[in-house]
Design a protein around this ligand. Sequence first.
Ligand code: TRP
Length: 330
Amino acid sequence: MEQQKKRILTGDRTTGRLHLGHYVGSLRSRVELQDEYETFILLADVQALTTHFEHPELINSSIIDVTIDNLSVGLDPEKVTFVQQSQVPSIAELTIFYSMIINVNQLMHNPTIKTEARNYGYSDLTYGFLGYPVSQTADITFCNADLVPVGEDQVPHIELARKIVRKFNALYGTDITEPDYKLSTVGRLSGLDGNAKMGKSMGNAIYLSDSPETVWKMVRSAVTDPARITATTPGTPEICNVYKYHQVFNPEEAPMIGQLCREGRIGCMACKKRLNEVLNDLLEPFRERRAYYEAHLDEVKELIAEGTRKANRIGNENLARIKEKMHILI
Ligand code: TRP
């Protein structure tokens, strides 16, 4: 089978539903790039175990949830390939081979690993968690992906992947593709509560599957400029969480809203109401697609099974070539 388009591989840990942070960080660019690239979406249920090994049921049910989240934002099931990581043994085998040539210090100094490990508690750092960038390198390279659209926290992992691939190719004469990354235009989506990051564990996430009522509840309780006592007090939009969201989700109106706030001509409640409308306009088509897939779960499951079969064909073929070069032969 001739490969014409360049490949994208990107993925999500299956540890729960996806939220607006995932959307601006990665999902939106997946949709934009799906015509230009042959796209693989990895349902990373093995990587999910690195932090959620005590919750295997959650990981399993999230496989469907995360797939539906991806479909709901407009990924076309005719175009993209969904892959269940745990069902692709070539990824696991490649992980082992890569683990031989990566220095432990490089993993220990990876800034994302350091931050995440701090959040989970250093003393509990497992071998599998420390090594997840190595397995992520196998995720990306089993199909020789050219490009990985990611949020900024994943950049150190892609740089590590490039190093591993270069070293591996030099050692064994393989021709594994060195992946590039494409950074999302929005850095990191902060929480409406003022937290630096929107996250499941922070309780500040607006999920792609949230109802209009839930979205309004989150927006209504957002922390704005604390110095604004009344609607006519001049505000400082730069320190306001709601304004930050206008910049991300309502870029055309944001400058005007910022100006009105500075002049004390728009109150926080009006500003929140407008943001609520903008977010619901974005989410409404997602809800419609979601409703379809939730009513057709067998279709979703078959999509994953079929995509995973395709991934196995590609992965097994590549792995066989790699093993031959490594002199791993019978
Ligand atoms: N680590 C990624 C995240 O937490 C998920 C992921 C797993 C991934 N495998 C990948 C992303 C391969 C890009 C490519 O979001």
